[in-house]
Design a protein. Structure first.
Length: 241
């Protein structure tokens, strides 16, 4: 049994025919992931992969990821012939990837860890710079958030923060940002809002570690200065978190 679905694809000559394509799942960044779960002859796989790539290119997908369990190593060669490269490997699978959109390849390199940054920028009107994401987990949620991103390999953290800020626009009252339901319910974002408000009201330097939990239940750590960290006050009114 092959891991496949049937799709109707428009050929360059505007002819239409039913062809068998590899099963795929769309990701949040405009790409697709193929996870092979059943054995397949390498020649059949090569044929289906070629047809699937043509279809995904027509659909203007950005990239294709193929997850091959170790027992399907016979499929590595036809994937490599189609231009796929190794991205990373674990003990039981190999992940291959190919950028197919006609733009610069922005696929992240595999890493043992990732450094994330966020920028808190406030003007003299008490407004904070916020963004709504066009891709990722916040796409279509109407959540306003601080400019965030990841630090590139070899990049200074402060330079990454400046780079992310330059890509963003949009302002809102800092109290409105902190009061958003998502910020109130999410432990990490709630603490980030408290830290940023503390910084805006008084001197705030140094870093300490706060253990926290992501929305998916993973343990993570925030580094900040707990010396000046206390409930915020603005204009004599207590801001509740």
């Amino acid at each position: 049994m092959s891991t496949s679905i049937e799709k109707e694809m428009v050929l360059p000559e505007n002819e239409v025919e039913n062809i068998e394509l590899l099963s795929s799942i769309e990701d949040a960044y405009g790409g697709v992931t193929v996870e092979m779960k059943e054995p397949m002859d390498s020649k059949l796989f090569a044929s289906m992969l070629g047809s699937s790539l043509s279809y995904w290119i027509q659909q203007k997908k950005r990239a294709v990821w193929i997850k091959l369990p170790i027992e399907f190593s016979n499929l590595v060669q036809p994937a490599v012939k189609e231009g796929f490269r190794y991205h990373h490997a674990e003990s039981d699978y190999l992940m291959l990837v190919k950028w197919i959109l006609e733009t610069s390849d922005t696929l992240p390199a595999n890493a043992s860890h990732r450094v994330g940054i966020g920028a808190f920028v406030m003007n003299d009107k008490g407004e904070v710079l916020v963004v709504q994401e066009r891709n990722g987990r916040f796409k279509g949620t109407n959540v306003w958030k601080l400019p965030t991103g990841t630090v590139d390999e070899g990049e200074d953290i402060w330079k990454a923060a400046v780079r992310e800020v330059k890509e963003e626009t949009g302002w809102m009252r800092v109290e409105d940002y902190a009061a958003q339901p998502f910020n109130q319910k999410n432990e990490i974002f709630k603490n980030m809002a408290r830290i940023c408000l503390t910084k805006s009201e008084k001197d705030y330097t140094g870093f300490s570690t706060m253990s926290s939990t992501t929305s998916s239940g993973k343990r993570t750590y925030m580094y900040f200065n707990n010396k000046d960290f206390e409930p915020s006050h603005r204009d004599g009114a207590r801001i509740m978190f």
